[in-house]
Design a protein around this ligand. Structure first.
Ligand SMILES: Cc1ncc(COP(=O)(O)O)c(C=O)c1O
Length: 388
């Protein structure tokens, strides 16, 4: 069963002429991005918490100046995202990785303001390097709240046996030596209620540990910019945590930053009749939207409507390179354009060139001014450069 995404609102893309860009192409609406950023900045201002942008979800650095105007910095998954954060974004660079390579640590220390470790052992191993650097680094430890809240264990870092974060019951005063803050991340596209349930579960222990600490980071997965998210409730929750524990709160959403901000435009290359029409696109699930297969999920299609059911699939050799079955008004014609919704996050950052399939171009559109810029097109050298 494919997961249903909560997003998929066409917004201003309903009026976008898909022939204005090359195909395939990610088109990101900077006006919609700014709307999301305003919502997050408002949470930040009214709750007193600090909100960072998770680069793993959305690292379109050409829009870094816009992101940095509203948010307090970025959260990076390792050395290269930390470097991208430092080179292009303003504010805090926070780095968390489940495992750090010793030969990368000096650079990570030089680039980061917060470094979060997965285990007390990793923290103990690298603390001397941090001290020697003379940099004023906030050291964090990721804990695992041990309360699974997700629909699917694959996307739930609190699932039994998880490698992500040290079980909270193992964290004592000794584990917190040299530590400034605690970090958790277990949510995925979720409302406020699961966060409140996790807090009820962990609060007694966090209150005991709080006197040793300065902050707590509640990770990402909060679907804050979705229209029905309880934002007032989130503000009240963050204020309550700070009041009860004296800790400063951090959030590091990724998906919520770029929710419903982008589409992936593609073109029909051919149609194969086999138990109904199969349209072959220049968009590949495996190369361009791997979560479609990995999750799996069915991305929403712009303007889907009509009596003709058509399977949409990619040009690659993979039999399972199928995006899904969609309703069309008429059988799609070769050269006709289609667009999948909500593709700004977790698609652009995950593309590959399997089969030598072309990477989608990247365009920025402003739905308020209608200005359009194609900022990046990829060619043979991008494919070849990943191989040797
Ligand atoms: C540690 C951490 N922080 C933040 C995020 C961002 O989550 P989301 O994009 O769901 O908000 C993730 C996502 O996997 C994560 O692992």
């Amino acid at each position: 069963m494919a997961m249903q995404t909560h997003a998929g609102d066409p917004g201003a893309f309903a009026g976008f002429d898909l022939h204005r860009v090359p195909s395939p192409c990610f088109v990101v609406d900077e006006a919609r991005l700014e709307q999301n950023l305003r919502v997050l900045a408002d949470i930040q201002a009214r709750s007193g918490a600090t909100v960072l942008c998770a680069l793993k979800a959305f690292s379109m650095w050409s829009l870094a100046p816009l992101v940095s105007r509203y948010l307090s910095g970025v959260c990076a998954s390792g050395l290269w995202e930390a470097r991208l954060g430092r080179e292009h974004y303003g504010g805090i660079v926070e780095t968390y990785s489940a495992g750090y390579k010793a030969d990368e640590m000096a650079q990570i220390i030089a680039l980061s303001d917060h470094i979060i470790f997965n285990t007390p052992a990793a923290k103990t191993r690298f603390l001397p390097m941090i001290a020697e650097s003379g940099r004023d680094i906030h050291v964090g430890l990721r804990f695992n709240p041990g309360l699974p809240m997700g629909e699917d264990a694959k996307y739930d870092p609190a699932a039994p046996g998880s490698r992500l974060g040290t079980p909270l019951e193992q964290i004592d005063a000794q584990a917190l030596e040299g530590v400034d803050g605690l970090h958790m991340h277990t949510l995925c596209e979720q409302d406020l209620e699961p966060m409140l349930a996790i807090w009820d579960h962990i609060a007694p222990r966090i209150r005991t540990l709080a006197p040793h600490l300065k902050w707590i980071n509640f990770g990402g997965g909060h679907h804050i910019t979705r229209a029905d998210y309880d934002r007032e409730g989130l503000i009240a929750f963050l204020q309550r945590v700070s009041a009860e524990t004296g800790l400063h709160c951090y959030l590091e959403p990724g998906e919520a930053v770029a929710l419903d901000c982008g589409i992936l435009v593609g073109e029909v290359l051919d149609v194969v009749e086999n138990d109904g029409p199969n349209a072959i696109l220049d968009i590949s699930a495996t190369c361009h939207m791997p979560d479609v297969i990995e999750a799996p999920y069915r991305p929403a299609l712009l303007g889907e409507d009509g009596p003709v059911l058509v399977r949409l699939g990619g040009p690659s050799c993979l039999a399972g390179d199928v995006i899904g079955r969609y309703a069309f008004a008429a059988p799609p014609q070769i050269g006709s354009r289609i667009a999948f919704l909500d593709q700004a996050h977790y698609s652009m950052v995950k593309t590959t060139t399997f089969n030598g399939v072309r990477l989608p171009a990247i365009a920025i559109w402003n739905s308020e001014t209608d200005a359009l810029r194609v900022i990046r097109e990829f060619d043979y050298q991008d494919f070849k450069g990943r191989l040797s």
